[in-house]
Design a protein around this ligand. Sequence first.
Ligand code: NAD
Ligand code: ZN
Ligand code: ZN
Length: 341
Amino acid sequence: MKAVRFFGHKDVRVVNDLEIPQPQGDEVLLKIGGAGVCHSDLHVIDDGVVSGAVFTLGHENAGWVEAVGPAVKDYKKGEAVLVYGPWGCGHCKPCQQSKENYCDHQSEQAFGGGLGLNGGMAEYMLVPSSRLLVPIFDLDPVIAAPLTDAALTPYAAIKRSLNKLMPDEYVVVIGIGGLGHVALQILREMSGATIIACDITADRLAFAKSLGAAHVVNSKDADAATQINKITGIKKAKVVLDFVGASPTIELGTKIVGLDGDLTIIGLGGGLFQYNMMGLPFGVNMSNPYWGSRTELMEVVGLARQKKIHIEIEKFKLDQALEVYDKLRQGKIKGRAVLVP
Ligand code: NAD
Ligand code: ZN
Ligand code: ZN
């Protein structure tokens, strides 16, 4: 079968000679409907986040059950499912609570399919356990694939702060890409707070307005923090969600977050932050959440089935993977690119 393979630093190739695996035990073989192209893949390919393994890329996957191992009782051929992405040990306390994104053994194992183990940028994908599947019922796997990360990650980050996102408060979203454009919709649907969006192009800022941002600010403006603080007034932003995580956006976050607020850095842009007592308002929770839990992915499916969130997707073929990664590097993908075998 065809697959997009990671061979090492900056070495990605589309191959045509992989064997279709056969499911054993509790494994499930999926016919892939779509695999989302996440910016984290660029951190893997360009920045060496995962090394020493050769594997099929793609950690945002959806498809139809093709075959199941003899121990699988709950899934039948043809059922449409998402693949929950962060694969934990399945047994520790966080895994038992469905929070495999925070598995006790994360430091000892690969992050999951497409992140050290074989992922879904292929015609078929072997999922190591049926517990990692989430049914999507009437949703189309091609459109639903990015729910597993581009929607789940902002959903889990926003849920942590929901009790602070009251109608008299402000929330700032930095980076309106694959994750950020879904974050705006989740905030619009689940919180009462006024939304301010930041990106670096007029096109992305207009996109943000169409998705529920009341105000937009170009974060490349030297006075971006002043512009935002003028909107929020003395109380400043209660919650800042940074989907870039580069030094300039982290610094921006520290200047616009208010007392007792949340500064949540989701982007893996490698930014540095040097703490000093007067450089951050008192009471701020600074955090770096990773992905979301399996039950939160079920909740995200609920949001999508109610049509409260919509992922703006652009479809490509597996053969176009390298071209798509280039477009993503250049900021030319609006919403999410999805590879469709
Ligand atoms: P993307 O490429 O689709 O979007 C990034 C957006 O940020 C683009 O719109 C770009 O114009 C904008 N941007 C770049 N520099 C900016 C700046 N200085 N100020 C404001 N906006 C800026 O990326 P994505 O797939 O949405 O991923 C975003 C980040 O989140 C990546 O670093 C990715 O690795 C990370 N990520 C983290 C998790 C997690 O669990 N923590 C999960 C998925 C992705
Ligand atoms: Zn991702
Ligand atoms: Zn575990």
